[in-house]
Design a protein around this ligand. Structure first.
Ligand SMILES: [Zn+2]
Length: 492
C-alpha cells in the first residue's frame, strides 16, 4: 500500500440472515426464491392495525451467534422504529434494535493462519454490538422496461447486524475476519451465509491516519460488497484514494460510496445520513425483549465446537499440520468427513486424499461435501488398498473419481480397479517373459559350441548360460523364468 507512514482503520458492519423458517414478526415463510410477493401478510406489508409477534427462534439464533463471538447477551433489550422512506420499505420504518441491543462487547481472535495476509500477527477484533432487525423488500429494476418492480418476500426476514470496532488495519485482515466469521456462523447453523442469496452482506467503514496516532480520520462507508474478494478489492481502492487525497492536501469527505465491481471503482451515492435523521422511536407494539439468565446459560452450554477449537484439536489428536487443520475445518461436514476417514486409516494420508482428491473433485463439480456419494468408509478402503500396494495410487485416484461421478458402490469400483491392476500385472509378466526369451536367444547365438554341448547332455552348462542371461539383464530377469526358458531352448 502506498502512503508510507500512514495506516488505514477499518470497521465492518455485517448483516446476516438468520436461518429461521418464518419471518421476524409474522408467520410468513422466510425462504429464498419463491415467486415475487408469495410470502406477504398485513404485518410485513405494514397494513394499519397489524400487530408484530416476535419469532423466538430468531432470538435464539441471534443469541447463539452473540455467545459464540464472546458477547454479553443482555437480560433486556428493546426494539425501535428507524424511520426512513424507501419504496421497498412499506411501513416507512424498519424495526431494529438501537439504544439497547441484544448483545455487546465481543471479540474474535485472528490467529495467523495460512490465509492470514497480516504478516503473521495475532489480532483481536472487538465486536461492538449485535442486534436483531428486519430486512426490507427488494426493488427489481430489470423486470419491466421503464418500471421498477418490488418484491416484499424479503420484507420482515430476520437479520442480525454485527458491528465491529475499527480494529482492522488492512484489506487482507478484513477478508480474513469475514472468512472466519462466516465459518463460525455456519458451524453454529445460525445462517447459511450464502452471499449470492444475500444472506450475508457487508458494509465497510474506512479512514486513514498517520501511523502511530490514535485519533480517527474522517471515514467513508463502502457498500454493495458482494463477495469477500470484492471487500478486499474495494478497501484497497478506497484506501489508495484517501491516501492520494491527504497526500495532495485535500480532506476526505464523510460519505457513502457504492462499489462498482465491474469497473473497479467506488462512486459517491449520497451524503451519509446523520443518525438523528432516522428519528429512532421506541416500537410501541413490541414489549422489551427479556431473556432469563438460565435460558442464556443453556444456549451457551449447547454451543457446538467452534472452528478454531476444532482446528486445534485436529492438530493435537490427529497430528495434522496447521495448514491441513485449517483447510479441513472450513466447514463442519468437511471436518466430520475427515475425522470419520482418519479413524480408519493413517490421518495424514486421509488428510492428503481429502485435500487433493475430494476437495479437488468437489471444486471442479461445484458441489458441497454433503452431496458427495463416496462415504468416508469407502474412501478409507481406497486409501488402504493404495497404501498396501494392491492398486497403484493413480488407479486409486481414478477409482475415487469414478465412484464420485457414477455413485457406484465402492465394492464394484474397487473390484474393477483390482481386476485392472491384476491384468496389468499379467501383462507386465508377459512382457518380462518376452525380454528373457530374447536374452536367452542372444546368449545361445553368441555361444553355439556351448549350446551344442549342452544339448548333447552337458547339463552343467545351463549354469553358464544362466550367468550370460543375468549379465545381459543386469540382474533384472526373474531366475525361475530364465531357467525355464533356457531348459526349453537347450533340450537335448
Ligand atoms: Zn408477513
Amino acid at each position: 500500500m502506498s502512503g508510507a507512514g500512514w495506516e488505514a482503520v477499518i470497521g465492518l458492519e455485517v448483516h446476516v440472515q438468520l436461518a429461521t423458517a418464518t419471518k421476524l414478526f409474522c408467520g410468513d415463510a422466510a425462504e429464498f426464491g419463491a415467486p415475487p410477493n408469495a410470502h406477504v401478510c398485513p404485518v410485513c406489508l405494514g397494513l394499519p392495525g397489524a400487530l408484530p409477534v416476535l419469532n423466538e427462534r430468531a432470538v435464539e439464533l441471534a443469541a447463539r451467534a452473540a455467545l459464540a463471538l464472546g458477547c454479553r447477551v443482555h437480560a433486556s433489550s428493546d426494539f425501535a422504529r428507524k424511520a426512513y422512506f424507501y419504496p421497498d420499505l412499506p411501513k416507512g420504518y424498519q424495526v431494529t434494535q438501537f439504544e439497547h441491543p441484544l448483545a455487546t462487547g465481543g471479540r474474535m481472535t485472528l490467529d495467523p493462519g495460512p490465509d492470514a495476509a497480516d504478516g503473521g500477527e495475532r489480532l483481536q477484533v472487538r465486536v461492538r454490538r449485535i442486534h436483531l432487525e428486519e430486512d426490507a423488500g427488494r426493488s427489481l429494476h430489470d423486470r419491466f422496461p421503464d418500471a421498477t418492480a418490488i418484491d416484499f418476500n424479503r420484507a420482515g426476514v430476520p437479520l442480525i447486524e454485527i458491528v465491529t470496532e475499527p480494529d482492522l488495519r488492512t484489506p487482507g485482515q478484513a477478508r480474513t475476519f469475514l472468512t472466519r466469521l462466516k465459518r463460525t456462523l455456519q458451524y453454529l447453523e445460525v445462517s447459511d451465509c450464502d452471499m449470492e442469496k444475500g444472506s450475508l452482506r457487508v458494509d465497510a467503514n474506512v479512514s486513514v491516519r498517520p501511523a502511530g496516532t490514535t485519533a480517527l480520520g474522517t471515514r467513508t462507508e463502502v457498500k454493495n460488497l458482494n463477495s469477500f474478494a470484492q471487500v478486499e478489492r474495494a478497501l484497497r481502492y478506497e484506501i489508495e484514494r484517501q491516501l492520494r487525497l491527504v497526500a495532495g492536501g485535500s480532506a476526505v469527505v464523510h460519505e457513502t460510496l457504492h462499489w462498482d465491481a465491474g469497473r473497479g471503482v467506488a462512486r459517491s451515492v449520497r451524503g451519509k445520513e446523520e443518525e438523528r435523521e432516522y428519528r429512532y422511536f421506541p416500537e410501541p407494539d413490541l414489549p422489551p425483549l427479556e431473556l432469563a439468565a438460565a435460558w442464556v446459560a443453556g444456549l451457551r452450554a449447547a454451543l457446538p465446537e467452534l472452528p478454531d477449537t476444532r482446528a486445534a484439536r485436529l492438530r493435537r489428536d490427529w497430528g495434522l499440520p496447521a495448514y491441513d487443520a485449517e483447510v479441513l475445518t472450513a466447514s463442519r461436514p468437511l471436518a466430520d468427513y475427515f475425522e470419520a476417514t482418519a479413524a480408519a486409516v493413517d490421518p495424514k494420508l486421509a488428510s492428503n486424499w481429502i485435500m487433493r482428491d475430494v476437495l479437488g473433485w468437489l471444486n471442479r463439480r461445484r458441489r458441497s461435501i454433503r452431496e458427495l456419494s463416496v462415504t468416508p468408509a469407502a474412501l478409507a478402503e481406497l486409501i488402504r488398498l493404495a497404501d498396501e500396494g494392491r492398486i497403484t495410487v493413480a488407479r486409486a485416484r481414478h477409482a475415487f473419481g469414478r465412484m464420485a461421478e457414477t455413485g457406484l458402490p465402492a465394492s464394484t469400483v474397487l473390484a474393477e480397479a483390482e481386476r485392472a491392476q491384476a491384468g496389468e500385472a499379467e501383462r507386465a509378466q508377459a512382457s518380462d517373459a518376452e525380454r528373457i526369451a530374447a536374452w536367452v536367444d542372444e546368449a545361445i547365438a553368441e555361444h553355439p559350441a556351448e549350446a551344442a554341448r549342452c544339448r548333447a547332455g552337458e547339463r552343467r552348462l545351463l549354469a553358464f548360460f544362466m550367468g550370460q542371461v543375468m549379465r545381459k539383464a543386469q540382474g533384472g530377469a526373474d531366475p525361475t523364468e530364465t531357467r525355464r526358458t533356457l531348459e526349453e531352448r537347450l533340450e537335448g
